[in-house]
Design a protein around this ligand. Sequence first.
Ligand SMILES: O=C(O)CCC(=O)C(=O)O
Length: 259
Amino acid sequence: MQVALAQLDIQFGNPDENYRQIETAVTRAAEQAVDVIVLPEMWNTGYALTRLSALADLNGERTQKVLSQLAKRFKVNIVGGSVAVERDGDYYNEMLVLNRQGELFSRYDKVHRFGLMAEDRYITAGKAKNVFPIDEVPAMGVICYDIRFPEWLRIQAAQGPEVIFVSAEWPTVRLPQWRILLQARAIENQAFVVAVNRVGSDPDNSFGGQSLVIDPLGQIVAEAEDHPQILTAHLDLTQVTQVRGEIPVFADRRPELYR
Ligand SMILES: O=C(O)CCC(=O)C(=O)O
């Protein structure tokens, strides 16, 4: 599986500009003949949470339309990062996943709200899992702060995902933790981790990129720098079978004790 991670500088509170840059980024990534393009978190608005009533995408319709057209045009799967969405008067931090035919495969609302960036005041938490196939490869997706909750990833990873997609706006100041958390999630779940962060800054935080692709042993396969870029990597999925075969962590679990 060939993946492209679109590490972008999201324009704070400026959806029109952000939809434009997503089109450019997906077009550039697709030129590299990849199977999946992965986008960062909250890429339509950034963390302009106090202005969501004016800025959030109503029912995710604009995002779905734009990503569906791009997926169809380039015959590529898109893990659509996340966008601020309004549904029935509530606001969600939502990931949309589309297949090569432009069909919506999965919708996921971020489950764990990050209080340090005021999500608990403005965003409604999701409660549904996000496991989906990418060209028949089992995969899953989570959003940013969710990676601090190994139990949430585990309960989904136990269904067999070989690739864990992560979309984030992870501030520079905590990037050392970003790396370790992602490596741990890869090792414990014996899966590839494909994690996209943003760059640039908003009024409260700066974001240092370091998007990462990590193999099931926790080794870094590819790593972005601190500027906008399209990072590509090849995932050799036979590694997942090999690692799970050598140390059968999932078969050795004792879930009856974990309550
Ligand atoms: O957990 C962290 O340190 C960062 C989380 C975050 O920035 C987010 O969920 O948006």
